[in-house]
Ligand binder design. Sequence first.
Ligand code: ATP
Ligand code: MG
Length: 724
Amino acid sequence: MNSHLLSGLNPEQRAAVELPAQSALILAGAGSGKTRVLTTRIAYLISTGQVSPHGILAVTFTNKAAKEMVTRLSAMLPINTRGMWIGTFHGLCNRMLRAHFREANLPQTFQILDSGDQLSAIKRVMKALNVDDEKYPPREMQWFISGSKEQGLRAHEVEAYDPYTKRKVEVFAEYDAQCQREGVVDFSELLLRCYELLSRNTQLREHYQERFKHILVDEFQDTNPLQYRWLKLLAGKENALFAVGDDDQSIYAFRGANVGNMQELLRDFHVESVIKLEQNYRSHGNILEAANALIEHNRNRLGKNLWTSESGGEKLRVYEAPTDVDEAAFIVEEIQQLKREGVNLTEMALLYRSNAQSRVLEHALVSAGLSYRVYGGLRFFERQEIKHALAYLRLMENTDDDNALLRIINFPTRGIGARSLEQLQETARMNGTTLWDAAARAGGKVSAFVALIESLRSATKDLPLPEIMDHVLEHSGLVAHYESEKTSASKKREAEERLENLNELVNAATLFVHENEDDSLTAFLTHASLEAGEHQAGDSEDALHLMTVHAAKGLEFHTVFITGLEEGLFPHQNSQNVDGGLDEERRLMYVAITRARRRLYLTFAQSRMLHGKVNYGMASSFLRELPEELLLWLTPRVSARRTFGNSSYETSSYVAAFGGASAEPAPPPPGALWKMGQRVFHQKFGEGTVTGIEGGGADARVQVNFKHAGSKWLALEYAKLTAV
Ligand code: ATP
Ligand code: MG
């Protein structure tokens, strides 16, 4: 009966699918069919009657992957996949918290803070506590809070011995208290809260343990300690955890993901079967060989060998451009040529290490009239006008949501100045209430705003979602605001685009109602927070994929362009002084290479403009780690003309450019770029020694004790420091 399910699999894959109901680890390289095995196992378990769809919990890495899994399952089995628990860690935790909001001590309509909202919430707390944001850069604080939560730690559990850390813990505690008052949760809170719910509430835990007999996890190598503990709780003593992963593709160590989980899994779950899959079905031989050769430079691998029965195929095409603009122009030409040869745009991907790189590429694509979709960049739900519109809806749902209130109380402008806002915040602080409560007692323009929100609420109470959206866009004044901006020549285009996006929001709501049983406003707002970026307009259109390498995990394309292969950019400068940093960059490069099925381009530029500065770089040392005989140089070979490997971008402005918020994902290990005690040279102050480091990314500052000029704090973004 299941023969059709198993027929396309090789013996090892088949063995994995047919394993008895026990915990197992499938450890296998890229493109060896891990995800396929996992999906097939779900179908197999259901079709052999071992479990009902209701008893499955499957965790994937992105919502896109979850959707794909559900689609594949429906194709394999005649079952209703709709209510199945297949999703991301965040998505599944959100679902549990919604179902048990009381037990989790949350309001029914709790809202989710994305990382931008979280940052502004943190800034508010810091202001209230009088914390110096020079000394404690808010971004670093955000990193600290999320990082602690991802380790499963609440503020009072963080070990703090020095006054500096103690202060950070204070902010952490107050931030959590503020979120609780306002009825909002950030991303890591979703997980931690859900974990705590299950660990404290025996009845609930037993209920879910009874239910989820089979728990399946894709990309297991990237689970962080908290996620692992969450899985362990759900699995209990009885249930089977089926994990698939690849240690060579672990790319979230900087966020606390832990390959060590694999060893723990073997121990904690008494895993008897570790199955290795070694045949790669994705890529042509040369691509695979290049990936294998690259990753061999890493130490501490669990070790696997990947082979393919495919022929070598084409060589990897390497292109050196004079500038980033030329690089983009070259890529556009190649894409057009491939298109003429019959390769669909959706079958091609442009990958980059840092989000900031996409702008030039996008510009070239737009000029050439090629459609594209950006994954993980400035996403639909993150655009300014969309966030404004959603803030109205959020405040209507939950008036305690101070973030939402602050965003729109004076947008569009209604004459509520910074002073009245400060007063409002002060009143709220003194009385220990939310801003809304304070506003409700205020007079004048503030009270008009309160009345507006209340009238929006009552007018839309019984309307379907798309009409709520429509009503709010009109009556909040948002549409009128952007309409009026259209009359200004300089803002015309931008305003038009924003209006189109707002329109698109109504479409998104319509689609949402069609696709979901729960079509409440709360459900839609959750969807907006969780799916940001993964659900963009025009999904069916033939369009190119643009994304960071991180976002490309698990995906595959006929043709892949890995762009910006320059030392300091990829491998990223931030990785240089971090332990194991270069190895992680190399795994990232391994992920990038193994996305390609048939053709792979490796491109780099001699100079690059980023954040308004020109930077000069050398070719990435990763290029040198690829066997020369696999490469086809489209421009004269670099290694013949100059050496590369040791040098990196010289200007510190480059460091700042890539270390900033736009690096994706932004890892700001404080002072990763310079070490204490390091000797440096400054054009004006001469030679000195680094004696202090603060902040990260664009906020990074170093203290240098100069031989002749004394001790100075320098902002890395402006200081031209070089190592000596
Ligand atoms: P990654 O590590 O990148 O996530 P993966 O191990 O999850 O990769 P899949 O995405 O499951 O690999 O499979 C890679 C490709 O190989 C897919 O196109 C899949 O359909 C195909 N594939 C997997 N197994 C087989 C097989 N036995 N026969 C033919 N094609 C296969
Ligand atoms: Mg996969």
